[in-house]
Design a protein around this ligand. Structure first.
Ligand SMILES: Cc1cc2nc3c(=O)[nH]c(=O)nc-3n(C[C@H](O)[C@H](O)[C@H](O)COP(=O)(O)OP(=O)(O)OC[C@H]3O[C@@H](n4cnc5c(N)ncnc54)[C@H](O)[C@@H]3O)c2cc1C
Length: 130
């Protein structure tokens, strides 16, 4: 089994930034998450505070993120990690059907919001944004 230098769980802006940085420093990188990257980003109607990309729709920002990781050869492994074990000098990560190994682990899993307001989830990205 391949043991990666760095495993990153999460394909939002934090995980993608970490993966690009690791890759350009010639580390072997395992980026685990979703091919859709981050629904939080892509569902945003308009993002006004992303430096250099003023008032960009979330879907366009998602496409720009994809182009960034493509440009350095970072790929996404689609899986959901259900457990991470510290095994001394490396970490073991439990995916749906696969166990991964990496010397370093970065958790970039975002946050789960607390109790949602009535209708919030159904209308997210369709008028409701943060
Ligand atoms: C509708 C909306 C509009 C927003 N608008 C703005 C805005 O205008 N400006 C702004 O600054 N911020 C905005 N935000 C907030 C912004 O999207 C978040 O702050 C940002 O996405 C956080 O990035 P992150 O990488 O930490 O986590 P996330 O983007 O949440 O990414 C985490 C990723 O980790 C994955 N993951 C989690 N657990 C696991 C696991 N166990 N195994 C595998 N993968 C896992 C998730 O599926 C997800 O893909 C908005 C959010 C929403 C929902």
């Amino acid at each position: 089994m391949e043991r990666y230098d760095i495993a990153i769980i999460g394909t939002g802006p934090a995980g993608l930034s970490a993966a690009i940085t690791a890759k350009i420093r010639n580390k072997s990188v395992l980026l685990i998450g979703s091919k859709d990257l981050s629904p939080k980003v892509t569902k945003a109607h308009a993002i006004q505070n992303y430096l250099g990309l003023p008032n960009i729709p979330g879907s366009d920002l998602g496409a720009a993120f994809q182009a960034s990781i493509d440009s350095v050869g970072v790929t996404v492994t689609e899986d959901k990690i259900t457990a991470a074990y510290n095994l001394g000098d490396y970490y073991g990560l439990q995916g749906a059907e696969t166990i991964y190994e990496a010397s370093t682990l970065i958790l970039a899993t975002g946050m789960i919001p607390g109790k949602l307001l009535p209708g919030e989830e159904a209308l997210l990205g369709r008028g409701v944004s943060y």
